[in-house]
Design a protein around this ligand. Sequence first.
Ligand code: ATP
Length: 358
Amino acid sequence: MAYLTLKNINKIYPNGFHAVHDFNLEAERGEFIVFVGPSGCGKSTTLRMIAGLEDISKGEFLIDGQLANQWGPREREIAMVFQSYALYPNMTVYDNLAFGLNLQGVDEDIIEERVQKTAKILGLTDYLDRMPRALSGGQRQRVAVGRSIIRKVGIFLMDEPLSNLDAKQRVTMRSEITQIHRETGATTIYVTHDQTEAMTMADRIVVMKNGYIQQIGTPKEVYFNPVNVFVAGFIGEPPMNFIRRTVKNGCITIGKGTFDLSAKLGKDTAKYEGKEIVFGFRPEGVVLGKQENSYVTGGMVELTEMLGDNANVYIDIDGSKSILKVTPFEIPKMDTEVTFSIPVENAYLFDGETEMVI
Ligand code: ATP
């Protein structure tokens, strides 16, 4: 049985705004689930309903098979880390970590042992006597995480915990949180609008838009098998390129290339005749030059960006803008025409109307 079950969960705020629609998810014990989506899509609202900080308007929330809709945050045995780390400024790191346990009346010896263990996991042993103001942003966030994990809870909820950190600290904390998760084994739900965090940390990703789940899957599933244009465009950096074309004689024309859709769809092309489809390919899914079993086309190079291990090439194909990712040794000259191939397996087709994958 799943540890956390969300069955047709809805949130309608008192002003009538329907923020979350029929949210369904089963999380196994110990799983690391990431909710990802643009601002306002309902991630925090859903997390707050799981935490017991927000009423569930409709639907059922179960913890270990027991209906928990009416349980308070404490009964749910949940720890939560927010974006702002809100440490007690007049307490040392040690006292900040020990605070919750002190409140619960836990024995001094046990508190000492747990503080030391938590500090060790988080690399805070040398900072236990410091005040929060004498810590970097990353160290403060570690204390905030420490304050939550010290309580040994079954469910760990995090709402954009890295958004106040700089880019370098975010990368470090990302792997630290993954490591902590491995050590504590708590079922974790992590909210972010950053697809890189989702891809690098999650066992499974829940992609949301406008209060609706778009897709639930492992990072590989949402990256390689996106169900619609939104997921395909949201996951991956730079995002997938999309070109809209009308199907004529089972083919679409992109630049100099005529793409026979039967290579991808077999005999299924007839029903798309005369209809618009969205052709998608990832920047990293191309090969420069002509290649077999591929859709071959070309475009004018408008800009190149050397990134070190790879380079982005911005091209224009008959007015459609696309990005190609190439090695630093393949960067074409600006204002020249570049020919490239999209292996058939790297091409995605979406229905122009529903935007669902074909
Ligand atoms: P962000 O990444 O910006 O935090 P989010 O995906 O977490 O976004 P939520 O905070 O869950 O989004 O908000 C979802 C929607 O519900 C938004 O449109 C928001 O304006 C709305 N909303 C949030 N709180 C309330 C409230 N108390 N009353 C009415 N509407 C609300």
